[in-house]
Design a protein around this ligand. Structure first.
Ligand code: BGC
Length: 917
């Protein structure tokens, strides 16, 4: 019986359908258990709108004859209004007019859409804040506002709309509100500030006195951000708060509790709250019951400062959009227990969590004397048996807790900082307490929904895949960052441009990236059309980085980011949203004016090129073996090609003609400048050939020579990798797509440095920034001396896409997964593989294994099972015994296949075991 399930508004997943900024959200649903001949012929949507508690729910329905079940336009005339609560059910019918049951209702609540009419809260701060803004990091501010509810009336619902310039955490009557971490998240604060909506109905006392308390700290807004010491106060001189509690009674009347001059503020026990340096919490300075209804005990804070009236600030500038944003919030997603405690050669106590992760340490039930201090220092690796902190650069990554001396024990977890670490050094630990039982690691990241998985018969590759997944988790924290541990953690545009096609396979990051790309465009506007190197643009105060630095790849994120999201979902709206940003970048990209080369990059600007390839000296990561200007030009050709496709998808025909001709001219100039007629490239490197092949730069007559040369270079390097950030995502696919799949597998399975598996053999649990983050044992095994030595950078992990597509064999053929292919790997030593992916239409998956048929025959049997959701067609490609292929096309359902085949090899090519010398 066909069932309609998972009705979804836009790309929101429960519980993130609360307080959204949408007026006509598109709808998608999944059809499960549909019999094989089933075709949706039409749908009916039922909308229930609850206007006010007094009014009964209004219901309307709309029917359409249509086969569409994803991103269906909002079928009702009236746009949704601020605060509106709706639910939607869907049912569909087939060609025989057989109607399904209604789906479960999907619920959505709209946030505050109109700043001018919906917000009455004022922006407030501590009265002392303006005078301390240049004095370095400041303690948190605690705000409180006691209020009474009408005990005669019954409360229908209560909502807290809240934001801060900085970071905040709210409490009502002593209990924490919501599960967000580091709210309101990081945006280009000069253009957009996000607020959150919480259902606080259950937190209120229905009779008598209540209290709303909010603590705020500097966060990204005015805390130190940036490398080489960074800058404070990038977006403003001090933190501020804006909160609006709306209590709606059953008679429809509304009571507001909004930030204004009647709020009180004092300093709190968090004395330092820095993203990089960590948090210092002094429990002796706690203000008991600070967020509870008034009592004498809170007249003065223990910190010595009195509660003072809040200072009302001028309203947010009109230029700053107050928005719910689109991304999921950052949450505390998982806890990990320590695996080992050790004592270092210097006598320090270190705890190993067995996993490089991003979050913080929770300390439970510690007992000690008042004013005793416990210091928690974090690092990703050990060096000479001690905490390896040098790669953190100017970043202390240390939390400090001062005990108040409670006999029954104290617990602590930081609120306003995070660290990237596997190892924890603990100083000042009370000797008699079991350390391992008293600490746990809390993993925090943007709470994206998992979207896929991969496994195969090679354990090292499975570990690599998990490392890529952990790398993504650690670096998708409010914005996509380069690394989560050192003095950066910024939204480096190039890193995302290269990783986005892989990211979408692992987690559903559509909303988070949609949100971030809006900020990229904002920052681009500030820089006159040139995109920022990082967004939010923390380099704004920096004279060098804030110059309009046009840079290939990094700035091509304006096109590559939306394109990856479009390919994953088939949603043209994301291309429309970012269209101006793309056009602007193409407009300002400086072109060469020399002689006949007028369509390629101006050779003058510095290019990061194939950043961090193994040939680049540790202290000069831009000095890769491949001509950086050539790399820039290959990405330019790709961007022009994509612009031609995007303009056609957006029905902009003259723009399409323009970009098609621009791409042809740039490609022709590229050939003149960089390619021999037979297909050799001026940079005779893996990166040059991998990019030229994958970015479709070459003519059909040049391709075979280039492909052969790439395979030759990879063999010559003993299957070690010679590419950096730019070309690594493309290397294996360039080999595979030109008939050298086995060479690609050999590179993937190589364990000698530089290779993907070398870090895995060195115990890595995330993807490293550089191939040799830890030097090989024969070179001493220590931490690489370079400055770029993060152990959690996602760029080189982009190869996970190749693993999905070529080992497990599951690949998308059409945007939005309407068509895909399952073509299991036949090669190397793979004897099983599996992948699954959650698409808008449902889960598509494949699982295969092979068994030998006896040593002599060389024949093997492959069994494959494929699950296909409704709305997706899968082309299954199986190997046959005559080294040929059998192709079949299947629709929704579960399918089993069996085939006998012989492996066709260029394999083994050379021994892959590391040489003993
Ligand atoms: C970051 C990179 C980034 C690069 C570009 C580094 O410091 O960690 O990932 O793309 O700078 O300059």
């Amino acid at each position: 019986m066909t069932t309609v399930s998972d009705v979804q508004f836009e790309q929101y997943h429960e519980p993130n359908t609360f307080g959204v900024h949408e007026t006509k959200p598109r709808l998608s649903w999944k059809l499960t258990n549909a019999p094989s001949g089933f075709r949706q012929h039409g749908y009916e949507v039922e909308l229930s709108v609850q206007h006010t508690p007094a009014e009964t729910t209004a219901v309307s329905t709309v029917k359409h004859t249509s086969a569409l079940c994803t991103l269906v336009s909002w079928p009702f005339d009236e746009p949704l209004q601020s605060r509106q609560r709706v639910s939607v059910r869907v049912r569909v019918w087939d060609e025989q007019a057989k109607v399904t049951d209604w789906s479960e209702p999907a619920r959505l609540e709209v946030g505050l859409l109109n700043r001018a009419t919906d917000w009455t809260a004022q922006l407030i701060t501590a009265p002392w804040a303006p005078s301390t803004s240049t004095s370095g990091p400041q303690p948190e501010q605690l705000f409180r506002k006691p209020f009474s509810v009408d005990s005669e009336a019954s409360i229908d619902r209560a909502r807290l709309y809240i934001t801060a310039q900085g970071v905040y955490e709210a409490e009502i009557n002593g209990g924490r509100i919501g599960d967000h971490f580091l709210a309101p998240g990081w945006t280009a604060y000069d253009g957009r500030l996000q607020y959150q909506t919480y259902d606080v109905t259950g937190a209120l006392q229905s009779t008598g006195a209540n209290c709303l308390g909010v603590r705020i700290a500097e966060g990204w807004f005015c805390g130190r951000i940036g490398f080489e010491g960074g800058h404070r106060n990038i977006w403003g001189p001090h933190p501020a708060l804006m909160a609006q509690l709306e209590i709606t009674y059953s008679d429809g009347s509304v009571q507001g509790v909004c930030t204004d001059a009647s709020w009180s503020v004092t300093s709190g026990p968090i004395r330092l709250a820095e993203i990089y340096d960590g948090e210092k919490y002094d429990a002796t300075l706690e203000v008991p019951s600070w967020s509870c209804a008034a009592g004498d005990n809170i007249a003065e804070s223990a910190a010595g400062s009195r509660w003072e009236p809040a200072l009302v600030l001028p309203p947010l500038p009109d230029a700053v959009q107050l928005t719910a944003g689109f991304g999921e919030p950052v949450r505390r997603v998982e806890t990990l227990q320590p695996v080992e405690k050790m004592t270092t050669p210097l006598g320090k106590t270190i705890v190993d969590f067995g996993q490089n992760l991003v979050g913080y340490i929770r300390v439970k039930k510690i007992r000690g004397a008042r004013h005793d201090k416990i210091t928690l220092s974090h690092a990703e690796v050990l060096e000479n048996g001690e905490l390896g902190t040098r790669p953190l650069r100017i970043c202390r990554a240390t939390d400090e807790y001062t005990l108040k001396g409670t006999p029954e024990g104290e617990s602590y977890e930081p609120r306003f900082t995070f660290h990237g670490f596997r190892y924890l050094q603990v100083d000042g630990w009370p000797g008699d307490l079991d350390l391992l039982a008293s600490v746990e690691a809390v993993v925090c990241h943007t709470d994206m929904k998992p979207a896929g998985d991969f496994a195969c018969s090679e354990p090292l590759l499975n570990q690599l895949y998990q490392n890529v997944r952990w790398g993504m988790r650690g670096n998708f924290l409010s914005v996509p960052t380069d690394c989560p541990q050192r003095d950066e953690r910024m939204g480096w545009t190039g890193d995302l441009a290269l990783f986005a096609p892989t990211a979408v396979l692992i987690y559903d990051c559509f909303n988070m990236l949609r949100n971030w790309l809006i900020d990229v465009e904002h920052d681009q506007g500030v820089l006159g059309g040139v995109p920022p190197m990082v967004s939010p643009n923390a380099t704004l105060p920096d004279p060098v980085w804030c110059r309009r630095l046009p840079c290939a790849i990094w700035h091509d994120v304006t096109i590559l980011g939306p394109w990856a999201l479009y390919e994953e979902t088939g949603d043209v709206a994301i291309l429309a949203q970012q269209h101006n940003s793309m056009l602007e970048w193409m407009r300002v990209l400086p072109r060469s004016k020399s002689g006949t080369l007028t369509h390629l990059w101006d050779p003058a600007p510095f290019q990061l090129g194939d950043w961090l390839d193994p040939a680049a000296p540790p202290d000069q990561p831009w000095k890769s073996a491949t001509d950086a200007k050539m790399v820039a030009n290959m990405f330019l050709v790709q961007s022009l090609d994509l612009m031609s496709r995007i303009s056609s998808l957006l029905n902009r025909s003259s723009e399409h003609d323009h970009f098609t001709s621009e791409a042809a001219l740039a490609r022709a100039e590229f050939h003149r400048e960089y390619v021999t007629p037979t297909g050799r490239l001026v940079s005779d490197t893996q990166a040059a050939y991998a990019l030229a092949i994958s970015l479709d730069i070459l003519t059909p007559s040049q391709l075979p020579r280039a492909a052969a040369r790439l395979a030759e270079l990879v063999r010559k390097a003993n299957f070690c990798i010679a590419t950096g950030f730019a070309a690594t995502p493309y290397l294996c696919e360039a080999l595979a797509s030109t008939g050298h799949l086995q060479v690609a597998f050999a590179a993937l399975l190589q364990t000698r440095c530089p290779s993907w598996l070398y870090p895995v053999t060195m115990g890595a649990t995330t993807v490293w920034e550089r191939w040799d983050g830890l030097l090989p044992p024969e070179e001493g095994g220590g931490i690489n001396p370079g400055e770029m030595t993060s152990f959690n950078h996602y760029a080189l992990g982009a190869v996970a896409k190749f693993m999905h597509e070529r080992i497990a064999g599951l690949r998308r053929l059409e945007p939005g997964w309407t068509r895909c292919r399952v073509e299991p790997a036949v090669g190397a030593r793979f004897v099983s593989g599996s992948a699954e992916h959650e698409t808008l239409r449902g889960r598509v998956s494949c699982r295969w294994s092979t068994t030998g048929m006896g040593a002599d025959s060389g024949e093997e049997v492959m069994r494959l099972s494929v699950c296909v959701p409704y709305g997706t067609a899968v082309e299954v490609v199986l190997p046959t015994v005559d080294a040929g292929q059998r192709r079949e096309e299947v629709g929704h359902g579960t399918w089993e296949f069996e085939t006998t085949f012989k492996r066709d090899y260029e394999w083994p090519v050379v021994p892959l075991k590391p040489k003993s010398n």
